[in-house]
Design a protein around this ligand. Structure first.
Ligand SMILES: CSC[C@H]1O[C@H](OP(=O)(O)O)[C@H](O)[C@@H]1O
Ligand SMILES: Nc1ncnc2[nH]cnc12
Length: 292
């Protein structure tokens, strides 16, 4: 059994975690850049929880300006093993109406101007993204949603666009025809980086709108998203409080290998690895590279 620490990334409208007790704030420096905000450490029940608002307090950062590597690296340095990401999203399905929660388990990455890996020139690695979400963590979210009476769908595909503009109608109809469930601007490369950092990841996508494909609903705009978020936020906070309250201090290895994703993943020969890159990888890949 290994120690478990729950991390939560709050999305649009979720800049705080009421219910977090004994809170301590700390700005964690990362060699990858500047995390979106100070981390808030606290506990819910007996579970240790670390919270980070993705866009920063006051929503200062657009999806393209977030330093996803710095955020994941900082959470890793804080000891987080299991990461729950909250997001607002649009829906491509009639039956996923605004207010629904989708526990997304697959992601399609349509972003194009973000740093998507901790690895590269000087230390190359390839991790599996076949199963981006940890099934045990997802099952805990399902149990928490059921206990709180929150309408949800277990599983679903989230397409992540670059933004900041919402999609055109042609794009929206194309994503819907492709069979995707929801659309947002932030789960990628967050989920990929969490995997590289050997953290178990799960995503709660809160439906705020029907994007712009639906003939009986007008195209999404910020006012509609904010209005729905205000109605969703209390449910999200209840879901997280329940999840944290029932979260164990230790758990078994992840069934899809999130916690050992770097085993066998690094291709670069040890003698050819760039020491400057290795120094930056101290937290993310310390388990396999050894800590300096
Ligand atoms: C305010 S609408 C667009 C904005 O909301 C979502 O953010 P997050 O995923 O952090 O909840 C979406 O991805 C966009 O960033
Ligand atoms: N329709 C939409 N597209 C992209 N991001 C969103 N966030 C909330 N609704 C969205």
């Amino acid at each position: 059994m290994a120690k478990a620490v729950l991390g939560i990334i709050g999305g649009s409208g979720v800049y705080d975690l009421p219910g977090l007790e004994d809170v301590r704030e700390e700005r964690i420096a990362s060699p990858w850049g500047e995390p979106s905000d100070a981390l808030r450490f606290g506990r819910i029940g007996s579970a240790q929880v670390v919270f980070l608002p993705r866009h920063g307090r006051g929503h200062r950062l657009s999806p393209s300006d977030i330093d996803y590597r710095a955020n994941i690296d900082a959470l890793k340095r804080a000891g987080v093993t299991d990461l729950v990401s909250l997001s607002a999203c649009g829906s491509f399905r009639e039956d996923l109406a605004p207010g629904a929660f989708v526990l997304a388990d697959q992601f399609v990455d349509r972003t194009h101007r973000r740093q998507g890996s901790f690895f590269g020139r000087g230390c190359v690695a390839h991790v599996s993204m076949a199963h981006p979400v940890g099934p045990r963590l997802a099952a805990r979210l399902v149990a928490a949603a059921e206990a709180e009476g929150i309408r949800h769908q277990a599983g679903g595909t989230y397409v992540c666009i670059e933004g900041p503009q919402f999609s055109s109608r042609a794009e929206s109809l194309g994503y819907r025809a492709a069979g995707y469930d929801v659309i947002g601007m932030t789960a990628m490369p967050e989920a990929k980086l969490a995997r590289e950092a050997e953290m178990t990841y799960a995503a709660v996508a809160m439906v705020t709108d029907y994007d712009c494909w639906h003939d009986e609903h007008g195209p999404v705009d910020v006012a509609a998203v904010v209005d729905m978020l205000e109605r969703n936020v209390e449910k999200a906070q209840r879901l997280l409080a329940r999840l944290a309250r029932d979260f164990p201090a230790e758990h078994e290895p992840c069934p899809v290998g999130s916690d050992r994703a770097l085993d066998g993943a690094i291709m670069t020969a040890p003698e050819m690895r760039d020491p400057r890159i290795l120094a930056r990888l101290d937290a993310v890949a310390g388990r396999v590279l050894g800590r300096p």
